[in-house]
Design a protein around this ligand. Structure first.
Ligand code: AGP
Length: 596
């Protein structure tokens, strides 16, 4: 996944605006970056590495102009070298293009272009685009027509922005990859995501698949693929620019972990009627599903596993699928509701799964954080988790808000016997979570096990997805081996891995049969000399077998899952910090993965 920025109308500040936008988009990809400014001739600077490397390279050049595009890259075709960085150009240097996505027919286009005499300088799929534009210009097309002609030849997913020498305009198009315009009176912006220009404006226009945009000094226009003008709604984003800064925290991830109480309040606001013991699901209407199939990836898949349990507890057959597996072998859907869980709303695997379900006539709903995202626009219904922007690549506050939102969905769509108890747990959750964050001893525990050979996480029922999530977070930001297991599965194989070098983190909530069985599993690992850290509300005697206890207040087990997870987030965070990892931008990862 990559990040695109474009800007027209900020005069001498254009270059600074582009670089600022790229720094805000670095979470989308961070192995190289570049900018191109349009004037009589194009000037361009690009560099492998981080935005700071680009800044340094720019300080040795004299790029200027009032129209420009920029890009931060996460490699899909070709290694992260200067040559493979965007923008890419045609043979003459009159066209510059930035691209997010994958052009599936690039090899055949490249072969044809090479046969026609074009010279390529990179390994990327993107480079075919400026050469196609060059061909169209050579045939006499005007710049806009030339870009349109090039776009019409592409197959695959793309968000593309192009500038042409001698034309004070940016041309852009999207298919299966996000693009949004920002409107600021005199200036117009174009980006993969709103944070890129949120410091300048809160007025946005989301482009849809197949649409084409032209930005120039006179403003902006969106047309369809035939050139017919499309009337677009101008939306106002509701979050503040400060929400995308670090506010004094060392990392976005730590800031976002600490933002969770507020994010949860936002998620629950005006949706819960405590007096009536009921929830109001915005304008979703009466969906009354007879079955639910969840599709999701990574952390969102763990939230989906939790959501499926909630529906099953309410008597509705429900299952969670890894989105990347769902589309390859779509299960019988019947009249089940297919629910995508995706914080970004842009994850290619999840979009494919939702589309596969739609093709079979299924009703779809997405639980997402991003208004105007592709999933939000393509699904029949969208339910927003309202967590605010999340910049750290490792999902933290969006996971908690997904769990809260999935509770609301279940309560709103089913008849749960214990609706009042759940609502009470949710009402208390922001305050309980604040206490957990304030008092957590996770940092001390992290310090003791920084050198561990591997980390294991166990839990049962609703605490099983928490164990999986604890392990994913640990892997993602510490680069160390970590696995999450259903507590009962340990003895079916993984127990062979357990030694005195492998701390086991056990989530034990309540004192029901599930909790007591998990305590039994804790005894099994304790007997193998493994250090044990219990994350518990203290209702069982698990503390007797644990080396350390991370406490959560007694509450509904659904809410306790969010509280237990907060300790595990902090544990991973502090382990990664002690190891000196790049916490907000772990190696090889991107915030949202728009390729399959
Ligand atoms: C979470 O920490 C990961 N970065 C990753 O697993 C993520 O949850 C997954 O890629 C799904 O993203 P989405 O929620 O935007 O669809």
């Amino acid at each position: 996944m990559c990040g695109i920025i474009g800007c027209v109308g900020r005069g001498d500040e254009t270059l600074d605006t582009l670089v600022h936008g790229l720094s805000k988009l670095e979470y989308r990809g961070y192995d190289s970056a570049g900018v191109a400014m349009s004037g009589d001739r194009l000037s361009l600077c690009k560099k492998s590495g981080k935005i700071d490397d680009l800044r340094e390279a720019l300080s040795k050049t004299s790029l200027s102009g009032s129209v420009g595009i920029g890009h931060t890259r996460w490699s899909t075709h070709g290694p992260p070298t200067d040559a493979n960085s965007h923008p890419h150009q045609d043979c003459k240097g009159d066209v510059a293009v930035v691209h997010n996505g994958i052009i599936e027919n690039y090899q055949s286009l490249r072969d044809e272009l090479v046969a026609a005499g074009h010279t390529f300088t990179s390994d990327t799929d993107t480079e075919v685009v400026p050469h196609l534009i060059e061909d169209a210009l050579a045939d006499g097309a005007d710049p806009e027509a030339a870009v349109r002609r090039a776009i019409a030849q592409l197959e695959g997913s793309y968000a593309i922005a192009a500038v042409v020498a001698g034309t004070d305009a940016i041309f852009a198009a999207r298919h299966d990859s996000p693009l949004v315009l920002g409107l600021d009176g005199g200036a117009t912006y174009l980006a993969s995501d709103v944070p890129a220009f949120r410091d300048f404006t809160d007025k946005v226009v989301y482009l849809s698949d197949g649409e084409f945009a032209r930005l120039d000094a006179s403003g902006w226009e969106v047309t369809d693929s035939d050139g017919v003008r499309v009337e677009k709604d101008v939306d106002t984003v509701e979050w503040d620019p400060e929400e995308t800064g670090k506010s004094g925290y060392d990392h976005f991830m730590l800031k976002e972990i600490h933002e969770q109480p507020r994010a949860l309040r936002q998620c629950l606001r005006e949706r819960v009627d405590e007096m009536a013991g009921a929830v109001d699901l915005d304008d979703l209407g009466d969906l009354s599903p007879t079955g639910v199939q969840f599709v999701a990836c990574g952390t969102s898949y763990h939230a989906a596993l939790y959501g499926a349990q909630l529906f099953r507890e309410a008597g509705i057959p429900a299952q969670a699928f890894l989105a990347s597996e769902y589309a390859t072998s779509v299960p019988p859907i019947g009249d089940a509701l297919v629910v995508g869980v995706t914080q970004s709303g842009e994850t290619a695997d999840t979009l494919s799964a939702l589309r596969a379900a739609q093709k079979r006539g299924a009703r779809t709903l997405v639980v997402t954080n991003v208004v105007g995202s592709t999933a939000a626009r393509e699904c029949d219904h969208a339910f927003y988790i309202r967590a605010g922007p999340e910049i750290g690549v490792a999902a933290s506050k969006t996971f908690s808000s997904q769990l809260a939102a999935l509770n609301l969905l279940t309560l709103g769509m089913t008849n749960s016997d214990d609706a009042r108890e759940v609502i009470n747990g949710l009402r208390e959750l922001p305050g309980d979570l604040q206490r957990v964050l304030d008092e957590s001893r996770a940092e001390e525990v992290a310090e003791m096990y920084t050198d561990a050979g591997a980390y294991f996480f166990i839990g049962r029922g609703l605490q099983f997805p928490v164990a999986l999530e604890g392990a994913l977070k640990m892997k993602e930001i510490t680069y160390k081996h970590a696995e999450g297991f259903a507590a009962g599965e340990l003895k079916h194989g993984p127990l062979a891995l357990v030694t005195s070098e492998t701390p086991v983190f056990a989530v034990v909530i309540g004192d029901d049969e599930k909790a007591r069985k998990t305590v039994g599993n804790v005894k099994e690992v304790e007997a193998r000399d493994a250090p044990v850290v219990a994350i518990t509300d203290g209702q069982t005697d698990v503390h007797r077998y644990a080396d350390h206890v991370l406490e959560v207040p007694e509450t509904h087990e659904r809410a306790a899952a969010v509280l237990a997870n907060a300790h595990l987030q902090l544990l991973s965070y502090y382990t990664a910090a002690k190891l000196g990892r790049n916490i907000d931008k772990p190696r090889n990862l991107a915030k949202s993965v728009t390729v399959e």
